[in-house]
Design a protein around this ligand. Structure first.
Ligand code: FMN
Length: 198
């Protein structure tokens, strides 16, 4: 497995520094127990008023091939390419209304937090998890007859690490490229907008 620990400005927990988004994912099945474990991690994420607006639609090729293929068909061609053998896709969704029927403005934020917990748990278990926005949301909504108050947010590929040598040249190069981020002063401000944190 490729390791791509973040070259951080200051030390952070190895779990956070070590998580990354691999595309070399093996076709080996993910056990139901491992799948349950990553969903369990998502379940314990924080949310506004503990409303837990996140929902996860799981597609396990070795469990329900037809449902997997329906979800796979909504991926954009680029993502279909590197996901051709991925065993599990997980769609991240959010209930956009509170139990009272008001708009829950933090629903996507909470779902994102749950997705991050899921990907971190996957990494802790030695699995590869890779989030994707590249899929046809409307086709997905239609394929799974989703209710109007559910927002489709992202798809996550999940599997055991695969062999980067099987990726095409461009993706292999990206797989091996160092991870990069904007410097802290560009994204964190000190008491005033645009005043760089130092
Ligand atoms: C919401 C979201 C959507 C993404 N969409 C895609 C995608 O459609 N295809 C893809 O190959 N990677 C996708 N990525 C992966 C990002 O490119 C990746 O997280 C980013 O380059 C940082 O790399 P790292 O996660 O390895 O640190 C997505 C990531 C996120 C969080």
């Amino acid at each position: 497995m490729t390791e791509k620990t973040a070259p951080t400005e200051i030390a952070i927990d190895p779990l956070l520094a070590g998580r990354w988004s691999p595309r070399a994912i093996s076709n080996k099945a993910v056990s139901r127990e491992l799948l349950h474990s990553v969903l369990e991690a998502a379940r314990w994420a924080p949310s506004s008023s503990n409303m837990q607006p996140w929902r996860f639609l799981t597609f396990d090729r070795h469990h329900d091939e037809a449902a997997f293929q329906k979800a796979f068909a909504t991926l954009v061609p680029f993502n279909q390419g590197w996901n051709a053998n991925v065993p599990v896709l997980i769609c991240v969704l959010a209930k956009t209304l509170t139990p009272k029927g008001d708009v829950n403005r933090t629903a996507p934020y909470d779902a994102g937090a749950a997705a991050m917990s899921l990907t971190l748990q996957a990494h802790a278990l030695g699995l590869a998890a890779h989030q994707m926005a590249g899929f046809d949301i409307n086709a997905f909504r239609e394929a799974f007859s989703l209710p109007d108050d559910v927002e489709v947010i992202a798809m996550i590929s999940l599997g055991h690490h695969g062999d980067p040598a099987l990726l095409n040249d461009i993706l292999r190069e990206r797989e091996n490229a160092p991870r990069a981020r904007a410097p802290i002063g560009e994204i964190a401000f000190d008491g005033a907008w645009d005043k760089a944190f130092k």
